[in-house]
Design a protein. Structure first.
Length: 435
């Protein structure tokens, strides 16, 4: 049946990716050689780490790497500046902390989840049970080991925060205890039982793999498939039915809001933003200290927006203010009006050989002007634009001849571009392209 699928793209944005090699995405057991040393990417499903696991990550960064923890746009953690020969020692440390429950699946445990789920009363469902069930089912699937390290699952509690992050398989809670299963960023939406949603998500991923094998084309993401969205949905529906999961018709995609948690206090949680996603040992230590002070929780939730949510049950205003003061004192952002929430950057020099400049330093120099920009700003050291988020933004890309090219990338409008010779002149260049 798979071989008979139509050959039209699975989404308007899809393009067939005739890749010539396997996915080289780094993990914990497969280190990546960067200019500042080896790099390990530790998958943290849903961004959830216990205080003990957080301390193990910090210890590994201090002993084996540059001492910092680098957050990714999927709520994972990267350790940089590692010795090339430290792989076995790193795996032992992380395995002992429970961060490598299934070594054969360690690169495919890419799951984002609503960070405030169950903490602020806004979601339709607490997705933590979904997260546990999905990770367990994913690690139990022999087929799932073939997924690319770029394949992404999203678990949305109904508020629409992670549903707009372009995951390959998204589960979103609906009223009455149900769920919808979304395929790709714009593909079909199927109604399923909330209780069966995590298993349905893994089965959908297995259908994706079978579709890739049948097509004879190497692709990594659902949106890259050359089959039609309807054909893929039909095959997923058939696979779910065979596995005893009812599909209660199709549904429409609901609105999304991908801004992420605002810094400050919200319900039973504290939220902070991490400037450019880089956490020092002191910052990480303060976060762990706040988490450990709540024994009934004792965890951190790393967000896809390079932030951290700390669950603090029965949080009152005085305790929240004291904790936020501690976190702000070490350089974490607790002010929802901070311009840091509107700026991001790739790692740049000296960590990346392909980067033309130190983009993080330039982003910091332009911070005040960025606060007046009508859109978020993302700084990239080259045209690959690693880590750039989805959505409308100001694209600042380092130019081969020095300086940057600023582009206002707004959906539905022609891009407007201007040169930026020096980050201190950001406001002038911005005025030339402001949408």
């Amino acid at each position: 049946m798979l071989a008979a699928m139509a050959s039209s793209p699975s989404s308007p944005q899809a393009m067939t990716a005739a890749r010539e090699r396997g996915d080289a995405c780094p993990g914990t057991l497969r280190l990546h050689a960067a200019d500042d040393g080896a790099l390990a990417r530790v998958r943290v499903p849903g961004g959830v780490v216990t205080a003990a696991q957080a301390e193990a990550l910090a210890a590994a960064a201090r002993r084996l790497g540059d001492g910092d923890l680098h957050l990714t746009s999927r709520g994972n953690v990267q350790l940089r500046g590692l010795r090339e020969s430290c792989g076995a020692e790193l795996a032992e440390v992380l395995g002992a902390a429970g961060l490598l429950p299934a070594p054969g699946h360690e690169r495919v445990r890419n799951v984002v989840a609503s960070p405030l789920s169950g903490l602020d009363g806004r979601g339709l469902r607490d997705v933590r049970p979904w997260l546990v069930a999905l990770d367990r089912s994913l690690c139990a699937s022999g087929e799932a080991r073939e997924l690319s390290g770029r394949f992404l699952f999203a678990l949305d509690d109904g508020r629409g925060d992670v549903a707009g992050l372009g995951a390959d398989v998204t589960v979103r809670a609906t009223a009455g205890g149900g769920a919808v299963l979304c395929l790709g960023s714009t593909g079909a939406v199927l109604r399923v039982s909330g209780d069966e949603a995590p298993r349905a998500a893994v089965l959908a991923a297995e259908v994706f793999l079978a579709t890739v094998r049948a097509s004879g084309t190497l692709v990594w993401r659902v949106d890259e498939l050359s089959v039609s969205a309807d054909a893929l949905a039909s095959e997923v529906r058939r696979r779910l039915s065979e596995s005893g999961i009812d599909v209660d018709g199709a549904a429409q995609r609901e609105p999304v809001d991908t801004t992420g948690p605002a810094p400050g206090s919200s319900g039973d949680a504290l939220s902070v933003h991490v400037p450019l996603g880089r956490l020092s040992a002191a910052q990480w230590g303060e976060l762990v200290g706040v988490a450990a002070a709540s024994p009934s929780s004792g965890e951190l939730r790393l967000t896809p927006w390079r932030g951290v949510v700390v669950p603090v049950p029965d949080l009152d205003a005085p305790r929240a203010a004291t904790a936020l003061d501690r976190l702000e004192a070490v350089g974490l952002v607790v002010d929802p009006a901070s311009p840091w929430l509107r700026v991001g950057a790739c790692v740049g020099r000296p960590g990346c050989a392909k980067s033309r400049t130190d983009v993080r330093a330039d982003a910091t120099r332009a911070l005040v002007a960025v606060g007046r920009a009508p859109l978020p700003v993302y700084w990239s050291g080259c045209e690959r634009r690693c880590g750039r988020p989805r959505g409308d933004l100001i694209d600042a890309v380092a130019a081969p001849d020095g300086g940057y090219r600023l582009t206002a990338a707004v959906r539905g409008r022609d891009p407007r571009t201007a040169p930026l010779d020096d980050p201190s002149h950001f406001a002038t260049a911005l005025a030339a392209i402001a949408p």
